[in-house]
Design a protein around this ligand. Structure first.
Ligand code: NAD
Length: 279
C-alpha cells in the first residue's frame, strides 16, 4: 500500500513514521526543504530510540520505506493520502483541490485536521464521499488513539477503508459519527485547556501549578499547558477559533493570552518558548 502524507511537520512526520513501521511505502511531501530535513531527522531519532529499546528490530527496513519530497509525483500512485498541513481552512481547501486533480479515483483522501469541518474540506473536491477525517494524536508513534470523523458525504466504503488503514497502523479507533467542530475529543478537551489559559492570564495560578494539579489530582501524564506547548500554541488557537466560529457560541471564545502568545511568536516547544522555556 502506498501512502502519501502532505505536510511533514510534527504530525505528518509521526504519521509517516507509523505507516513506515507498518511496512507501507510512504512519501512525505512538504513545501519547505527545511521541514523535510527536520522530518527526516525527527523520524530517524525516534526510530533509533525504538530500536535501542528493542521495540523495533528492523530499523533499516523502516527507514527505507520513507521518501521525502517537495514534489507531488507520488500523489498519483497513492492508495491513501493523509493531509497534515497547518490548521488553516483555505490552505486545506487548496491542498484538497490539488489532490482531487492528481489522485487515483479509488484513493482515500484523509485530513488530520483537529477541528475544521471535514465537509467543507471535502466540498472542494469532485469526490466528497472519498474524504474522511483521520485525526491522530501527538506524538503519533506513542499515542494509540485515532479518531475517525465522518464528513456529511463520507461513504460507508471510505469509512471502512479508513478503519482498515487505522488497523494496519496499529491504532485504536473511536468514531465521530457527525462532523461538528472539534469532533469528539477536541470539543471537550480544548475548552478545558482554554480555561487553563484564562486562569494563567488572570493570575489565578502558574502553568506549573495547574499542570501539577492535573498530574497529581486527575492522574494525567502531562498537564494541559505543557500539552499545548507540545502541540503548538498556534495550532491550539486555530482549533479554538474553529470551535468558536463553528458553533457561534461565546463559551468557545479563545483566551486573549493565546492570541498574544501567537502574535509574539511564542508557539511552544517548536519555537523554544510557550508557557515554558525549552533549550
Ligand atoms: P506543523 O506546523 O508542525 O506542520 C505543518 C507542515 O506543513 C510544515 O512542515 C509546513 O512546512 C507544511 N506545509 C505548509 N503548507 C504546505 C503545503 N501547501 N503543502 C505541503 N506542506 C505544507 O503542524 P502540525 O502540528 O503537524 O499540524 C498539522 C495538522 O495536524 C493540523 O491540521 C493540526 O490541527 C493537526 N493536528 C495537530 C496536532 C498537534 O498536536 N500538533 C494533533 C492532532 C492534529
Amino acid at each position: 500500500m502506498n501512502v502519501t502524507v502532505i505536510g511533514g511537520g510534527l504530525m505528518g512526520s509521526g504519521i509517516g513514521q507509523v505507516a513506515a513501521q507498518a511496512g507501507l511505502n510512504v512519501t512525505i511531501i512538504d513545501v519547505s526543504e527545511a521541514s523535510l530535513e527536520k522530518a527526516q531527522n525527527r523520524i530517524t531519532d525516534s526510530v533509533d530510540r525504538l530500536a535501542q529499546k528493542n521495540k523495533i528490530t528492523n530499523r533499516e527496513d523502516v527507514l527505507s520505506k520513507l521518501t521525502f519530497s517537495s514534489q507531488w509525483d507520488s500523489v498519483s500512485q497513492a492508495d491513501v493520502i493523509i493531509e497534515a498541513v497547518p490548521e488553516r481552512l483555505e490552505l486545506k481547501k487548496d491542498t484538497f483541490k490539488k489532490l482531487d486533480q492528481l489522485a487515483k479515483d479509488d484513493c482515500l483522501l484523509a485530513t488530520n485536521t483537529s477541528s475544521l469541518s471535514i465537509t467543507k474540506i471535502a466540498s472542494v473536491t469532485t469526490r466528497p464521499e472519498k474524504v474522511i477525517g483521520m485525526h491522530f494524536f501527538s506524538p503519533v508513534p506513542m499515542m494509540p488513539l485515532l479518531e475517525l470523523v465522518k464528513g456529511y458525504k463520507t461513504s460507508v466504503e471510505t469509512y471502512e477503508f479508513a478503519r482498515e488503514v487505522g488497523e494496519k497502523l496499529g491504532k485504536r479507533m473511536i468514531t465521530a459519527e457527525k462532523d461538528y467542530p472539534g469532533f469528539l475529543m477536541n470539543r471537550i478537551w480544548l475548552p478545558m485547556v482554554n480555561e487553563a489559559c484564562f486562569a494563567v492570564m488572570e493570575g489565578v495560578g502558574t502553568p506549573e501549578e495547574i499542570d501539577q494539579g492535573f498530574i497529581d489530582g486527575y492522574g494525567h501524564t502531562m498537564g494541559p499547558l505543557k500539552t499545548i506547548d507540545m502541540a503548538g500554541i498556534d495550532t491550539a488557537l486555530w482549533a479554538m477559533e474553529a470551535l468558536y466560529e463553528g458553533f457561534n457560541d461565546p463559551k468557545y471564545r479563545p483566551c486573549p493570552l493565546l492570541k498574544k502568545m501567537v502574535e509574539a511568536g511564542d508557539l511552544g516547544r517548536k519555537t523554544g518558548r510557550g508557557f515554558y522555556t525549552y533549550r
